[in-house]
Write a protein that binds this ligand. Structure first.
Ligand SMILES: NC(=O)c1ccc[n+]([C@@H]2O[C@H](COP(=O)([O-])OP(=O)(O)OC[C@H]3O[C@@H](n4cnc5c(N)ncnc54)[C@H](O)[C@@H]3O)[C@@H](O)[C@H]2O)c1
Length: 311
């Protein structure tokens, strides 16, 4: 499929801005739509067209989709934990935003829809072993419920409209340009805490095991999914390697501020304890292979955050 023009929703955010950059490097013209609720205008690559707007604005989405062959839907309210209380807002943006975009796809020129889903759709796993896409889906928080419902709408409605649909279930993504919020991105949160001279706060006992995948690999998976001929597919995007939250804290402490001990806080509701991706399907269907590991790239992330850091 020849893609010439792409729309990236949430493209002023962390992952979306990296996707926009890689699309431009592929020679594809890019429009970014973002309401800048979290994203930053300066994260949008200079060669991309930027439209400030909301994915729940049907007229705007219809207009933008007249000019796109492929959509990368990244815009979302990204917080597992806060979705337990703000479930209405979560569903309003994450589910209704997706449905608005899907409504706008009807009769548009879009041929491919790539949806940013999450490991939050899965049930907790009992051991730090990789889980396949067939693993039980039983979200622990409204964020995962909205993502799971959105996945199903995307697959069903795209089929109805004759649009190829790929759902990418990202695992814990890290890297430069991750927005600092209290909720997302334990690596970004710990680095900021340590740079401020504070202890990294580990929720629970720190044995939570996560699959940390570099944002460049996640963005590349999107490019590979765009190029692959896949009618309807759900694909995990991670590395397959477990790292515990305590290990992350130790690694970062050693690098940034070894004199500061970690602190432990109460276990957080709604969060998966163990979540590691089996990436066999990603390898097979789109030729994905992660190129970056956590130890190889953590210095670059620390250096980036230092440049952003204003104590
Ligand atoms: N970061 C992760 O580890 C991770 C893991 C799994 C899935 N995801 C998914 O990947 C996608 C991108 O996440 P991210 O980490 O880059 O988050 P992010 O918050 O940096 O990016 C999301 C962007 O969407 C924008 N946005 C929010 N609501 C909007 C609306 N109503 N209309 C238009 N724009 C809106 C925000 O301003 C922001 O720029 C999200 O769909 C998220 O659920 C992220």
């Amino acid at each position: 499929m020849n893609i010439h023009r792409a729309l990236v929703t949430g493209g002023a955010g962390f992952i979306g801005s990296h996707i926009a950059q890689q699309l431009l490097e592929e020679g594809i013209s890019v429009t970014v739509v973002d309401n800048l609720s979290v994203g930053r205008r300066e994260h949008v690559p200079a060669q991309a067209r930027f439209v400030e707007g909301d994915v729940r604005d049907l007229a705007l989405m219809k207009q933008l989709l007249q000019e796109a062959d492929c959509v990368f839907h990244e815009a979302a309210h990204v917080s597992v934990r806060s979705s337990l209380e703000q479930y209405y807002q979560d569903a309003d943006i994450n589910l209704m935003g997706t449905l608005t975009l899907l409504r706008a796809c009807a009769g548009s020129r879009v041929r491919k829809f790539i949806f940013a889903s999450s490991m939050a759709v899965y049930a907790d796993s009992p051991a730090p072993v990789p889980i396949t896409e067939e693993y039980r889906t039983e979200p622990l928080a409204p964020y995962g419920i909205a993502k799971l419902a959105s996945e199903k709408y995307c697959l069903l409605l795209c089929k109805q409209y004759g649009i190829e649909c790929t759902v990418l279930r990202y695992f814990n993504t890290f890297g430069p340009r991750q927005t600092l919020t209290p909720y997302v991105g334990v690596i970004t949160i710990f680095i900021n805490q340590l740079l401020r001279g504070e202890s990294p706060v580990i929720f629970g006992d720190g044995t939570q095991a996560r699959d940390f995948v570099h944002v460049d690999d996640v963005a590349r998976a999107n490019i590979l999914a765009m190029k692959a001929r896949l009618t309807a597919e759900i694909i995990n995007i991670g590395t397959g390697t477990p790292t515990t939250v305590a290990e992350i804290a130790e690694l970062l402490r050693a690098k940034i501020n070894p004199g500061i001990p970690s602190r432990y806080g109460a276990e957080q509701k709604g969060e998966i304890k163990i979540s590691i991706a089996d990436i066999s399907r990603a390898r097979e269907k789109i030729g994905y292979q992660p190129q970056w590991s956590l130890p190889d790239t953590i210095d670059e992330v620390i250096d980036y955050i230092k440049t952003q850091h204003h104590p």
